[in-house]
Design a protein around this ligand. Sequence first.
Ligand code: TMP
Length: 234
Amino acid sequence: MQKRDALYEGKAKILYATDDPNQVIQYFKDDATAFNAQKKGSIDDKGVMNNAISEVLFQLLEKEGIPTHFVERLNEREMLVRKLEIIPVEVVLRNVIAGSLAKRFGLPEGEALSRPVLEHYYKSDPLGDPMINEFHIRALGLARDDEMKEIEKLGFRINDILKEFFDQRGIILVDFKLEFGRHQGKILLGDEICPDTCRLWEKGSLEKLDKDRFRRDLGKVEEAYQEVCRRVCA
Ligand code: TMP
């Protein structure tokens, strides 16, 4: 496997071409941003931990029949993935009221939702990822109806699998963000699943073990990622 030129650099990852047109290398950086990159920083070894955590979670999901872009972890900071045509819709699943949902409804964080909620956001840095609905997705031609139906089905199934997995490790899966893409006519789960893209609370203490520690300047950011890594990668 030959690593070639960088194809795309995002806020937390870089994608490199390989000699196989169907596969790319996903490199995990330590850079951390929040509030659409208005806040910038770095979390020591975040890239290493997110690569390791994502590997375990993609393998778990594959085992449960969820098609993902994951092929194999190559080294500490890189994984080989199938090349996707990313659908520019971020899919957020929520089990507990927190973050922007708490804000939108004027509710305190921490109340469990009576059933999971799935939301769509338009993936656009210049616009700050605004919330959209299925009518917008259809009207703007971001994805086909059958693709969105498949994504919705996968989203709820992924939530069930991950919720149980984290619960067994003493962690509440509060909410998380997924990205999907097209690969050889199929919808695959892409991106990463890690404390950058999930809210994870310690079951007993409700201590935050995710990027909210960075977003909200709560301290012990590295320690939180290490704790998730310890429980997930054991
Ligand atoms: P929110 O409550 O801020 O809308 O975030 C919902 C979930 O999505 C949370 O688990 C964090 C994740 N997320 C991302 O992965 N990327 C983002 O840019 C934002 C704002 C949230």
